[in-house]
Design a protein around this ligand. Structure first.
Ligand code: NAP
Length: 299
């Protein structure tokens, strides 16, 4: 099984590069090697590498900046994805792509299922939804994994920001009225490997969208407290401990892009295909927290 991995320098891309080698050979391309908005270069790469699967972890993910740079978000999240999908269709190549809970408006009171109506409330979510639609319309063989709140040991993310702020300040304010769960790149990669094993055995999962997230429900405030409690136990020097984290509302923390209040993803459809059990979010997140803290202590 030959895979072309795009966006290999991102949080997810780095972990995919580590895990995909267990199912075949991986041609990993970061943006500096292959910019997915360069349609001709992508076409040439696909034709010369002849992958069985294109795994696209590349995306424009700056949610707030997308509000003022919609053309950048659209170039990477829509036009480049449409190009990939057309190539995948023409070359009979599978495409595995990642999307987001931000395709929903967050007004539902229970977890979202794959067939729920989409209604993005920011430019990033709108661009990611258009990318999903471009793949579906191309008729290529595809799996789209919608996930939420990606936090891993690589790259910039919420956990690293909270740890940094907790060393600089004695009190932190963190939003508590957005519901969801952090998802590790490690879990998303494990799901991807499971799906690829099925393709390899000629028993591919039914094409389409799958929601990928650990079990349970949380909010940013609880995630921050969980992280700081863990960090304190590991003797990380912080000024703001878990009980110094004040819960605030989304309205009290205005951002350029609106965020959905409900980011919960129902994973029943995924669980019918997976060969392993999804972990609880706290176990998934604490494994990441442990790696981040270890890196911090090494520095
Ligand atoms: N982060 C989240 O909270 C979250 C939540 C839900 C879904 N997702 C989805 O999960 C997937 C992975 O996200 P992530 O957290 O790993 O994001 P990330 O850390 O921002 O990584 C995205 C990667 O894409 C690369 N990239 C951007 N534009 C590119 C282009 N034109 N050509 C080639 N590469 C390009 C970036 O390159 P540079 O390093 O050069 O910038 C970066 O390495 C994305 O589809 C994202 O939409 C993420």
């Amino acid at each position: 099984m030959k895979m072309l991995l795009l966006g290999s320098n991102g949080q997810l891309g780095k972990e995919l590069e580590r895990q995909l080698s267990s199912v075949g050979s991986v041609e990993a391309s970061s943006r500096s090697v292959l910019d997915i908005t360069n349609h001709g270069a992508v076409r040439d790469a696909v034709r010369s590498i002849h992958p069985d699967i294109i795994v696209n972890a590349a995306a424009y993910t700056a949610v707030d900046k997308a509000e003022t740079n919609p053309e950048l978000a659209y170039a990477a999240n829509v036009e480049a994805v449409a190009n990939l999908a057309q190539l995948a269709q023409a070359e009979r190549v599978w495409i595995i792509h990642y999307s987001t809970d931000y395709v929903f408006d967050g007004n539902k009171s229970v977890p979202y299922v794959e067939t729920d109506n989409t209604n993005p409330i920011n430019v990033y979510g709108t661009s990611k939804l258009a990318g999903e639609q471009a793949i579906a319309e191309s008729n290529c063989q595809h799996l789209i994994f919608r996930t939420s709140w990606v936090i891993g040991k690589d790259g910039h993310n919420f956990a690293k920001m909270i740890l940094k702020l907790a060393t600089e300040r004695e009190h932190l304010n963190v939003i508590s009225d957005q519901l969801g769960v952090p998802t590790s790149p490690s879990l998303i990669s494990k799901v991807t490997v499971d799906a690829i094993r099925a393709i390899k055995k000629n028993s591919a999962w039914p094409q389409g969208v799958y929601h990928v997230a650990p079990q349970g429900v949380s909010n940013w405030h609880e995630v921050a407290q969980t992280l700081l409690t863990f960090a304190e136990r590991q003797h990380v020097m912080i000024s703001a401990s878990a009980h110094c984290v004040q819960a605030i509302t989304t309205a009290e923390y205005p951002t350029a892009a609106k965020r959905p209040l409900n980011s919960q993803l129902d994973t029943q459809k995924l669980r019918t295909q997976l060969t392993f059990d999804l972990p609880h979010w706290k176990d998934d997140f604490l494994a990441v927290a442990s790696e981040i803290v270890k890196e911090l202590q090494k520095a």
